[in-house]
Structures are given as C-alpha cells and as structure tokens.
Design a protein around this ligand. Structure first.
Ligand code: NAD
Ligand code: DAU
Length: 350
C-alpha cells in the first residue's frame, strides 16, 4: 500500500504520519506538504529516517505537479489533511483558504479520479479530514450529528464545507471511493501557537497577556490530537466508502474555563503562587462571526467502529503543558520562523 498523506508536517498530520509509519511497516507513507508557516519537519524528526517514510515538498494548488505526482507513484490511498486551518487568518485573507482548501482538494480529487479510472481495484480510498465547524454554531443544547445540515459562518469553515461537498460529489458522480470525518477541536503536542491553547501556554511561560475573545463564554469540544489520529486509523481501515463519521471527545468547555485550568496547571509546573497566571487573562475584542458552541456526537464512530477517546481533558492538558515546557527549542523556532529557512534548504520541489 502506498499512502499519500497531505499536510503531514502540520499539527494533526504529523501525528497521523507517525502513527501510520510506526504501526504499518508494510505501507509506504508519502508525506506531501508545502511547508507553509504551519508546516514543520521538526515534528517528524523521530521517524524521518524510517524506510517506509518519504517526504515530498509541494503545493496541492499546483494541478500540474499533483497530476504528475499521482501518475508517477500510483498511490493506493490518500489521507488529505493539508489546509489553511486558522479561523482568524481566514477572516483577513479568505482567498488563500479558497486556493488551498477548495482548489487544492479538487486538484487531489481529479488526480485520484484519474488513477482510479485507470485501475479501479488498485485505488482504495480518498479520506478527507474535515471539521465540525462546517455544521455552524449550536445554542445551549443539542449536538452535531453526521446528518446535521451544513451552516458554515467563517471563510475557513465555508472553504472546508465546500471541499466536503466536492468530495461527496466525486464519490456520487465518478464512483471515487471517498469518505469524510468531521472532528472537533484538537489539542496536544506540536500545535501551532496561534491557536488558543498553545498560544496561552506560550504566553503564560513568557508572562504575556492571555487574550480571551469576548466574554470567554464560547464553548469548544476538545479532543487530544493522538485520539484524533487513532480515529483516522480506525476509520481508514474499517469504514465504507461514501460514509461520514463525526469525531469528538464529549468534552465541552467554555474558553475561560479552559484557560483558568491551564493557568492553575502552569502555576504548579512553573512554581508560581496559586492565582499568579490568572492575572494574565485579558478580555479582548470578539472574533467576527464567532461561533458560540460546538459539540460533536460521535456515537456512530463509537458504536460502529469501536473507537473511543483514551484521555480525560485534565490529563491531556497536563501532558500537553509538559510537552511544551520540555520542547522549548521547538516553540522558539516556530515563533521565530527560523525553522522554515533551515528546512527549506534541505528539500527541493519535484
Ligand atoms: P495545520 O495548519 O497545523 O497544518 C496544515 C498543514 O498543511 C501544514 O503542514 C501546511 O504546511 C500544509 N499545507 C498548507 N497549505 C498547503 C498546500 N497548499 N499544499 C500542501 N500543503 C499545505 O492544520 P491542522 O490543525 O493540523 O489541521 C489539519 C487538518 O485537519 C485540516 O484539514 C483541518 O481543517 C482539519 N481539522 C483540524 C482541527 C483542529 O482542531 N486543528 C479539527 C478538525 C479538523
Ligand atoms: O472545531 C475544529 C476547529 O478548531 C478546526 O477546524 C480549526 O482548524 C481549529 O483552528 C479550531 O478552530 P477554533 O477557531 O475553534 O480554534 P482556536 O484555537 O482559534 O479558538 C478556540 C476558541 O478560543 C475560539 O472560541 C476562539 C477563542 N480564542 C482564540 C484565540 C486564538 C480566544 O479567545 N483567544 C485567542 O487568542
């Protein structure tokens, strides 16, 4: 099996690549990544010399390059994670999200369709990794089901919703074996420090303000990133083409409660008096179109395929803080941007 994983140098992608490379030595894992600001090959240092791992630097928006790549390697499956992933960036530069998330996905679908039509028994699956944000925002009650109607509000979620529709259209129109999973908010090691949890870990460490949008009452459903990677593995191997699975932790928290818990954990880890870090909390202007509440019902995945989250949030958050405190160099590189130039020199675009 030759599996192409896109966006494998990013946060979730790097955990998926590691899990597949280590668990399936008989698969060859090709990690295709443009290495944008969010891509970092240092995330994969521990597996980069494994014989079943290959890195390819490239842009999914470049159709000619993608077609050539598929024609050369005849992948048996694709797990597609490459995306622009930050809501705030999508508000300032929506077009970049259309290019990567919509056009990039359609380029991959076209290339997959071509090799699938050439040999329908060889191409097994196009697995599209999506988000719960496509379902929009919940009120105080209810949860997102696989059947919930799409209602995206940010340019990011609109671009992901669009890519999901294209994936289903390629399945229904061309018979491409494809499926989608929609996951809630991930947290854990290697999370880029522009997102709420790693940003606040980094700011607490450096005694900087912790910016909380609005009143901090928005609710997210947090899942440890390795549990998401495990869910992707389960779905990849067990689910039927044409299906959709929701992935989530049944773990809803208001933003302010997450940050207060983080402050408490880091008071202890940094030997600061209790309550010290909470003083850094600063309420700032709300995000435009800020979704109030996300909550995923992952019963279908749990009942049909036997997956469940392995970690409680408090335990996962402790592990995450420990990772950031022991990987200071990673954090410094990411925030300085130096790593980009360093790795840029090692790989050339094919
Ligand atoms: P990330 O921003 O950390 O990583 C994205 C990766 O994609 C980076 O390595 C980047 O270099 C690469 N990339 C970006 N544009 C590219 C292009 N044009 N060509 C090739 N590579 C490109 O993102 P993440 O948080 O790891 O999210 C991964 C996927 O999971 C995304 O599709 C996202 O929508 C989805 N998702 C994320 C979450 C979450 O909480 N982070 C939750 C549910 C779903
Ligand atoms: O739900 C899944 C989604 O989760 C993924 O599809 C996205 O790729 C991922 O970025 C994430 O989106 P969010 O917008 O929920 O994550 P973020 O970490 O940006 O924000 C989490 C919450 O915290 C949200 O309600 C906004 C708030 N926030 C965020 C930042 C960066 C703040 O209050 N202050 C901040 O500085």
């Amino acid at each position: 099996m030759k599996i192409l994983i896109t966006g494998g140098a990013g946060f979730i992608g790097s955990h998926v690549v590691r899990l597949f490379v280590n668990t399936y030595p008989n698969y060859t894992i090709y990690n295709l990544d443009k290495l944008t600001y969010a891509g970092n090959l240092a995330n994969l240092k521990d597996i980069e010399s494994k014989p079943n791992y290959k890195f390819i630097k490239g842009d999914i928006v470049d159709a000619e390059f993608i077609n050539k790549l598929f024609s050369e390697h005849k992948f048996n499956a694709v797990i597609h994670l490459a995306a622009e992933s930050h809501v705030d960036r999508s508000i300032t530069n929506p077009l970049e999200f259309v290019y990567t998330n919509v056009i990039g996905t359609v380029n991959l679908l076209n290339a997959a369709k071509t090799i699938y039509k050439e040999d329908i028994s060889a191409f097994k699956l196009f697995y599209h990794v999506s988000t719960d944000e496509v379902y929009g925002s919940l009120g105080e009650t209810g949860m997102f089901l696989e059947t919930t109607a799409y209602d995206p509000h940010s340019p990011y979620s609109a671009s992901k919703a669009s890519s999901d529709h294209f994936v289903r259209a390629y399945h229904d129109t061309y018979g491409l074996p494809a499926l989608i999973s929609n996951c809630s908010n991930n947290y854990g090691p290697n999370h880029f420090p522009e997102k709420l949890i790693p940003l606040c870990i980094s700011n607490i460490k450096n005694n900087k303000p912790l910016p909380i949008y609005g009143k901090g009452e928005n609710i997210r459903d947090w899942l440890y990133v390795i549990d998401h990677a495990r869910a992707i593995d389960t779905i990849f191997h067990k689910a039927k083409a044409g299906s959709t699975y929701n992935i989530g932790g049944h773990n809803e928290w208001t933003n302010i409660d997450v940050i207060k818990l983080l402050c408490k954990i880091m008071d202890r880890k940094l030997n600061r008096a209790e309550g010290t870090n909470e003083k850094l909390i600063t309420y700032v202007k709300d995000r435009a179109g800020h979704d109030l509440r996300y909550a995923i019902d992952s019963t279908k995945l749990q009942n049909d395929l036997g997956w469940k989250p392995s970690l409680q949030f408090e335990e996962g958050l402790e592990k995450t803080v420990d990772w950031y405190l022991t990987n200071e160099e990673w954090l410094n590189h990411v925030t300085s941007g130096d790593y980009q130039k360093y790795y840029e020199q090692q790989y050339v675009k094919r």
